[in-house]
Design a protein. Structure first.
Ligand code: SF4
Length: 238
């Protein structure tokens, strides 16, 4: 049998096993599975639980080419969460999100509003590097999404900064371009979302840094206006 057909059957088996593991014994229609909803609070306890459940994930074809699963890192009680697109070369090697050149820029962006990487939480829409850094495909986003939703449920951030097109469009369930989405405040199940440009895009288009700076100022202002007292611990829910 053709090798591609074998691969397709293998992927289908993995996906059906995954659905079975989630208690789904019939095939859902596409718009049902694509709906991004947070799991109930009782379904999730800690990030360690979510990581354990993810295991040595083979739920989508990206497991074949990745070196490391990049789960996410930061403060489990962060008020501010950054969600990017997916791991690149450096992240795949190190198993940590945003550690390459774009990651160094993200660190500076976080520090520009007087926060540190340790105070926020950083994750991606998908947890495994796509070959040659290609864009994530819909089936990969669908397979990985339940785990991102569980991470969000555990962390309960007050605001999410969606970095780049895929992150913003996936969270907000829209095809609208990032240029139109960025800088505005949206609601995602009670959590505020501000999309902005991805740091990798900024490396190629440094003239766009000013717009990201404006978006970061909005985030800082929102956090300031919505904190319960003046301590950073309270910002982080501690
Ligand atoms: S991208 Fe997500 S769903 Fe796909 S193999 Fe990696 S962890 Fe699993």
């Amino acid at each position: 049998m053709d090798e591609n057909v074998n691969e397709l059957i293998s992927d289908l088996k993995i996906y059906l096993e995954y659905l079975k593991g989630m208690g789904i014994d019939s095939l859902p229609v596409s718009d049902q599975i694509s709906k991004k909803v947070l799991p109930s609070r009782s379904e999730t306890q800690t990030l360690a639980d979510v990581r354990k459940e993810l295991g040595d994930c083979k739920r989508c074809k990206l497991h074949r080419t990745r070196k490391t699963i990049v789960f996410g890192e930061g403060n489990e009680k962060a008020a501010l969460m950054f969600i990017g697109e997916g791991p690149g070369y450096d992240e795949d090697v190190q198993g940590r999100p945003f550690v390459g050149k774009a990651g160094q820029l993200l660190t500076k962006i976080i520090e520009s509003i007087d926060l540190s990487r340790e105070e926020v939480y950083i994750a991606n829409i998908i947890k495994c590097r796509p070959p040659q850094n290609r864009n994530p495909e819909p089936d990969e986003i669908e397979s990985c999404n339940p785990f991102l939703m569980k991470q969000i449920r555990v962390i309960q951030p007050k605001i999410i900064c969606a970095l780049g097109t895929f992150s913003a469009q996936t969270l907000l369930q829209t095809d609208t371009k990032i240029t139109a989405l960025r800088g505005k405040l949206y609601d995602f199940e009670g959590i505020k979302v501000i999309p902005t440009y991805h740091p990798a895009f900024l490396l190629r288009n440094p003239e766009k840094k000013r717009e990201v700076w404006e978006d970061m100022k909005k985030i800082a202002e929102w956090l300031k206006n919505n904190r319960t007292n003046g301590t950073m611990e309270k910002w982080n829910g501690g």
